[in-house]
Ligand binder design. Structure first.
Ligand code: NPW
Ligand code: ADP
Ligand code: K
Length: 491
């Protein structure tokens, strides 16, 4: 998995990397500039479009100058505007300034006519991970002006004004695209920063994962290439028992659809045998819309021992007796997936928390999470609370949303890279519960079930939204689960 390094350690990382490779820091800057240009050319093919590049005094500004040189060589009309030059600027900024072609237009922004042509591109190379304080005065005003320009805004590494690891309190550049180097900076994954970060693109500048690992052992970004080895594989003689027997408990009257969505998602994720136990007095009146799903009745003495995994909570309602939930946890006594109303039940009856089987997986959305841990003021605090909760109760916490966080009981934090806004539709969380429970039932470790479930769920959402967009519903996500296996080459 791709390590996410905090802003403070990035300078040290650059230094060590340069030394180990026997290269100069300006070579790494050139690598970063080329990676940006390659990304840029993939999207903006029209070489007559006017480009303004705003450069700060540090290495982010240095990147901007190198990019200006490369894009100008390709024929794009470039205007560079710099905050300052010479003393006070980083050495690689100065070196790249000298490398600008002779006839190049580079203007100190104090002498600038403050005009940005409509429809042009504004590239923000003012500050990156070296931001040391909130923006003030002329710089803050400049960013305000750029935010009002009728132009496409692109940030290099970080939108200027955004701290790399925490929540912002001041003026920030509003990017439509952020092109960040090697790994996403933590703050780019916070929901409250979406108006600053826009679309996130991570570009490779040649620093290997193993090298990055030395600087972070507990925060990671999950990518496509991390998934293959986390799956289990079956053989020619495998039978349905090998693919697991799973049970879903929930579905009170009026909310039974949630339970069916989880159950159907489990079938599509590869489960051999799927049963569901709706919360009805008399189950015989329940019509199941899928022939492959079996109906099951959980009574106070029903043996749950032959189930490989249980997913509990979707549509369960609020009228559940906590002792009944307790008896299920005690009888099953293996990791289970706890979602929705089952999480609400834990929140309302904290004595149950200590009884949750070790390594169980809790999948709260942000509201359910707050019921569990109390109010939080921002995403940074939420991440910390999810991590301490996972450690304290020895469970996996999956905090759902864009860049879903998987907090593991050993303190590691994993952020997901798949999914999109079209997944914000009723029942898509129930689908996730079905998928994770399915993998758990197929014999995956809780960690691998969580990672594969979250990644495939997001990917299925992306695939389904290609043709459905805003009209996408949770069942469309389920229909695309099989395609995620094909996409990732999973047998
Ligand atoms: N491996 C990588 O990731 C690579 C990283 N690279 C690039 O380097 C970037 C980091 O460069 P960097 O360390 O020079 O910091 P940067 O963001 O340019 O800012 C520092 C300057 O800004 C100033 N300053 C700060 N805050 C301020 C404020 N509020 N208001 C006013 N001034 C303020 C600060 O002044 P000071 O705080 O010292 O007073 C200093 O002069 C990184 O984001 C990436 O783009 C690539 O080139 C290669 C590979
Ligand atoms: N903007 C988004 N980007 C990526 N994933 C999203 C986004 N919005 C929602 N999702 C995903 O959709 C699911 C929604 O779950 P949840 O809130 O429990 O919905 P429901 O209760 O309707 O089933 C989660 O897995 C979440 O990660
Ligand atoms: K920037």
């Amino acid at each position: 998995m791709l390590p996410i390094i905090n802003g403070e350690s990035i300078k040290e990382l650059d230094q060590e990397f340069i030394l180990s490779k026997g290269i100069l820091s300006i070579d790494l800057m050139e690598e970063a500039a080329s990676a940006f240009v390659e990304w840029f050319y993939g999207i903006f093919k029209d070489r007559t479009i006017k480009i303004y590049i705003f450069c700060g005094p540090g290495n982010n500004g240095g990147d901007g100058l190198a990019i200006a040189r490369l894009l100008s060589k390709m024929g794009y009309p470039i205007n560079v505007l710099y905050l300052m030059n010479g003393k006070g600027c980083s050495k690689d900024f100065q070196a790249n300034f000298k490398k600008l072609p002779k006839n190049f237009i580079a203007t100190n922004f104090e002498n600038w006519n403050r005009q940005i042509d409509h429809g042009s591109i504004v590239i923000d190379a003012i500050f990156g991970v070296g931001l040391s304080r909130v923006l003030e005065g002329a710089i803050s005003d400049l960013i305000g002006e750029l935010n009002n320009a009728i132009a496409t805004r692109i940030a290099i590494d970080l939108p200027s004004g955004l701290p790399s690891d925490s929540v912002t309190t001041g003026q920030v550049f509003h990017a439509e695209h952020t092109v960040t180097f090697q790994f996403p900076k933590l703050s780019l994954l916070f929901p409250e920063h979406i108006q600053f970060t826009g679309k996130l693109h991570v570009v490779d500048i040649g620093i290997e994962d193993q090298f990055l690992q030395k600087f972070s052992s507990n925060t990671f970004y999950i990518r496509k290439e991390d998934i293959f080895s986390r799956h289990r594989y079956f053989h020619r003689f495998s039978h349905k028992g090998d693919f697991g027997r799973v049970l879903f408990i929930g579905g009170a009257p009026g909310k039974i659809g949630a339970l069916f969505l989880s159950s159907y998602a489990a079938l599509r994720s590869g489960s051999g045998l799927v049963s569901c136990a709706p919360e009805f007095e008399e189950n015989s009146s329940v019509q199941i819309p899928y022939n492959e799903i079996m109906l099951f009745q959980v009574k106070s003495n029903t043996d749950l021992g032959n189930m490989d995994a249980i997913g509990i909570g979707p549509g369960w309602g609020t009228a559940i007796d906590p002792d009944y939930f307790l008896s299920i946890m005690v009888r099953f006594n293996k990791p289970m997936v706890i979602d929705a109303d089952a999480i609400n039940l834990l929140a309302a009856n904290p004595f149950l928390l200590k009884k949750v089987p070790k390594n169980s997986i809790l999948t709260p959305h942000l509201k359910e999470f707050e019921r569990l841990v109390g109010k939080v003021s921002n995403h940074a605090e939420r991440i910390e609370k999810a991590t301490s909760f996972a450690i304290e109760y020895n469970v996996v916490v999956i905090l759902k949303g864009a860049h879903t966080l998987i907090a593991l009981p050993d303190g590691r934090k994993l952020f997901n890279s798949t999914g999109n806004q079209y997944m914000a539709t009723a029942g898509s969380g129930d689908v996730l519960t079905g998928m994770i429970t399915s993998f758990l039932g197929q014999g995956y470790s809780p960690e691998n079930a969580a990672i594969c479930g979250v990644f495939h769920h997001g990917l299925a959402g992306e695939l389904a939204s290609q043709s459905k967009r805003r009209g996408m519903i949770a069942s469309d996500i389920i229909e695309k689960i099989p395609n995620t296996f094909i996409e990732l080459g999973i047998e």
